[in-house]
Write a protein that binds this ligand. Structure first.
Ligand SMILES: Nc1nc2c(ncn2[C@@H]2O[C@H](COP(=O)(O)OP(=O)(O)OP(=O)(O)O)[C@@H](O)[C@H]2O)c(=O)[nH]1
Ligand SMILES: [Mg+2]
Length: 216
């Protein structure tokens, strides 16, 4: 009689498989010279609004694909699609983040070679998405002045795992008596060198600088 006990490190297994899929996505993006950007952030920080604003400014210059992650609906994909860019909506059902294999499905479902820019809107959540590489060139966190002053101090890991931070809705800072500079200091405490952009996706403030930094 054989009585084996096998221990599986599920976390290691899951993350290992994801990293492998992410490398394959990165190869595809590289092969076609695509700038791929993963946009993360809590519910309602303005991720879709930011992508809409970027598409308004860039869609005549580049063929753009937007991949939207949400548990349900294709509301965000349709919002961005109204600017004349192609979209793929991924409905994750119960998952609180996108992962590399979901992006692979979206890539395989389109003629990816047609695009030069891929904006990926992750599921609205400041915690889970940061743990999953998608194979993109840049991970951007969008925070905003409507979430209160402590989100950076409460979520340092997400900030550490991103390549840049967008502080959105600065047009509302005065009326909300929100100290944007203090929030930026909190970001600098986590990572002194992380690029930070203060923008209003609604009005357009700060977007030119952001686009320039993205090399677009
Ligand atoms: N005043 C102002 N409102 C904004 C700005 N950006 C987004 N909003 C508003 O904030 C609300 C949420 O914006 P969305 O773009 O839907 O936010 P989201 O992060 O995509 O939300 P989820 O996809 O649900 O996580 C909308 O009513 C936007 O119009 C901004 O810069 N200024
Ligand atoms: Mg959205």
């Amino acid at each position: 009689m054989s009585e084996k006990t096998v221990s599986i490190d599920i976390k290691k297994d899951l993350f290992g498989a994801n990293e492998e899929a992410a490398s394959k996505n990165a190869e595809v993006f590289k092969k076609h010279g695509i700038v791929a950007i993963d946009i993360m952030g809590s519910v309602g920080t303005g991720k879709t609004q930011l992508i809409e604003a970027l598409c308004e400014r860039l869609s005549e210059k580049y063929p753009i694909l937007m991949i939207a992650g949400d548990l349900a609906t294709r509301i965000d994909a349709d919002r961005v699609g109204s600017h004349g860019v192609d979209t793929v909506q991924i409905n994750t059902g119960t998952a609180c983040h996108l992962d590399a294999r979901m992006i692979r499905v979206a890539i395989d479902d389109t003629d990816i070679s047609k695009y030069k820019v891929v904006f990926i809107e992750n599921v609205g959540n400041l915690i889970c998405p940061a743990g999953y590489s998608l194979g993109v060139g840049k991970k951007v966190v969008v925070v905003s002045v409507t979430e209160g002053p402590y989100m950076i101090r409460k979520h340092p890991l997400t900030i550490k795992r991103s390549d840049m931070v967008v502080i959105n809705k600065i047009d509302l800072a005065e009326v909300l008596d929100f100290d944007v500079d203090a929030l930026e200091r909190d970001i600098r405490e986590v990572d002194a060198n992380l690029p930070v952009f203060k923008v209003s996706s609604k009005i357009g403030t700060g977007l030119d600088k952001l686009i320039e930094y993205l090399g677009l």
